[in-house]
Design a protein around this ligand. Structure first.
Ligand SMILES: [Mg+2]
Length: 233
């Protein structure tokens, strides 16, 4: 329950398209939502191919093609997000390789302000990510965003990716949130779609997950599209 003095200190834009009093729980994706997806894109498309080529003494183009085939084959599955799977596949330690470029891990614009806003509004804030626990740990170490979170859930804990309908059932059984009073924010339209199919009422999709790329146009998914969090605070 929000106390009157708390509502006074919250700098809410009355024009926010989100009906904040109608929301108790906020489920947040990490990569591309709270954090800049540039790190991940740079890692998988630049850093890993370079280091893979060096390690296996092949040319970089060949390394890119091999890795690209694997990325396409597994996209959207739990293995795609699993660092053990990738480490085995490339015969290198992915977590160590990620640490080599950890200076590139950055928050997206307005992330901290948005998390502070949610705290001031007494929302239950849960990070819900497909990131593997070790990759997740590195990002929390660098950004310290977990200070604003009530709970951190990796889909690997359930052995189900967020793309799976069973993931949402499992999350609901574990956390007892009311889907009609829950907001979910993610940058992947197919995942926003799954949350909507499960019954989560308030849905937001981020259109500018990677700061080094142009924003993506909204797709068919029925939800609110925003570039940055300042549009909904
Ligand atoms: Mg994401």
């Amino acid at each position: 329950m929000t106390e009157p003095q708390d509502t006074q200190q919250v700098q809410t834009d009355t024009k926010s398209p989100i009906d904040w009093p109608a929301i108790d729980t906020v489920l947040l994706d990490m990569d591309g939502t709270l954090l800049d997806l540039h790190f991940d894109n740079y890692f998988w498309l630049e850093h890993l191919p370079t280091r893979y080529a060096e390690h296996h003494k092949i040319d970089e183009q060949q390394a890119r093609e091999t890795l690209h085939q694997h990325i396409q084959a597994y996209e959207g599955t739990l293995q795609w997000y699993c660092l053990d799977h990738w480490s085995e596949l490339v015969q290198m330690d992915i977590t160590t390789l990620k640490r080599e470029i950890s200076h590139k891990i950055k928050q997206r614009p307005h992330t901290q302000r948005f998390l502070a806003f949610l705290k001031s509004q007494h929302k239950k804030v849960i990070l819900v990510t497909n990131a593997h626990r070790r990759g997740l740990q590195l990002k929390l170490e660098v950004t310290a965003i977990d200070q604003w979170l009530d709970l951190v859930i990796s889909s690997h804990d359930y052995q189900l990716p967020k793309e799976s309908p069973q993931f949402w059932q499992h999350l609901h059984r574990a956390e007892h949130f009311d889907p009609t009073r829950t907001l979910f924010i993610d940058d992947t339209p197919r995942i926003v779609g799954k949350a909507g199919e499960f019954g989560i009422k308030h849905l937001v999709c981020i259109t500018h997950p990677d700061s080094q790329k142009a924003p993506r146009p909204p797709c068919q998914q029925h939800c609110l599209y925003i570039k940055d969090f300042d549009e909904i605070i």
